[in-house]
Design a protein around this ligand. Structure first.
Ligand code: ATP
Length: 206
């Protein structure tokens, strides 16, 4: 599995639709300061479900939308599609190519697509964790991140290890299941209340 293609439109400095094709192995992107090299890494992190505006080097979620320049008007939406070669089926989706897309408009609403079909953020997060692509800080390493990792406290280090070893997906599932259990316990309590209310009437009804 490897990243094959990135299609970027309206995302940060990429006003027009831009397609980047990647080969297997190492790719280096070079260019003058401020020309948008880190924006390429940002868009990959973003399409994989990143929710932190700060990690996207912005303040609000819609800061990733092209803000306009002297020559071009601002964009109304940002869209990124990342296509992975999946011939080895490391991404648990039954196709040899997997595309993950995300689109945001000025209202701040994000929409996610998996192979062209609309899905929930949760589906993307789950898939990304299962495939070990990870949105974590060690998959897409931004400027200054190495320093942060070296200086990280025990909790942060544990977080990184959880993600690298693939346990994090189980923590997330556990969290979800506990929430569901809690909901079920509440439903049960409500049902018991109803039974307690109705039961006394049974005798007279009989
Ligand atoms: P350096 O080599 O200095 O690290 P870089 O090539 O990595 O630079 P980036 O940080 O990727 O550059 O890009 C910064 C550029 O992206 C700036 O010119 C900034 O104005 C532009 N940019 C960021 N967000 C937006 C946005 N929402 N709309 C338009 N341009 C944006």
């Amino acid at each position: 599995m490897y990243l094959k293609r990135l299609e970027i439109q309206g995302f940060k400095s990429f006003a027009r639709k831009t397609t980047l094709e990647f080969e297997q192995g190492i790719t280096a992107i070079v260019g003058p300061n401020g020309s948008g090299k880190s924006n390429v890494a940002d868009c990959l992190r973003w399409v994989l479900g990143e929710q932190s505006a700060k990690l996207m080097r912005g303040k609000k979620s819609d800061d990733v939308i092209f803000a306009g320049s002297d020559k071009k008007v601002r964009a109304g939406f940002a869209e990124v599609v990342a296509t992975f070669d999946n011939r080895d089926h490391k991404i648990p989706v039954d196709s040899s190519e997997v595309s993950i897309g995300r689109r945001i408009d000025r209202s701040g609403e994000s929409e996610y697509l998996l192979n062209g079909q609309r899905v929930r953020l949760l589906d993307i997060v789950d898939l990304v964790l299962k495939s070990n692509i990870g949105t974590s800080r060690y998959t897409v390493i931004g400027q200054g991140t190495i320093d942060q990792m070296i200086l990280a406290g025990p909790n942060e280090v544990k977080n990184l290890l959880d993600e690298a070893s693939g346990v994090k997906t189980y923590y997330i599932r556990r969290e979800k299941t506990l929430r569901r259990l809690d909901q079920t316990a509440q439903n049960l309590m409500r049902a018991e209340d109803l039974v307690a209310e109705i039961e006394p009437r049974l005798k007279s009804l009989r």
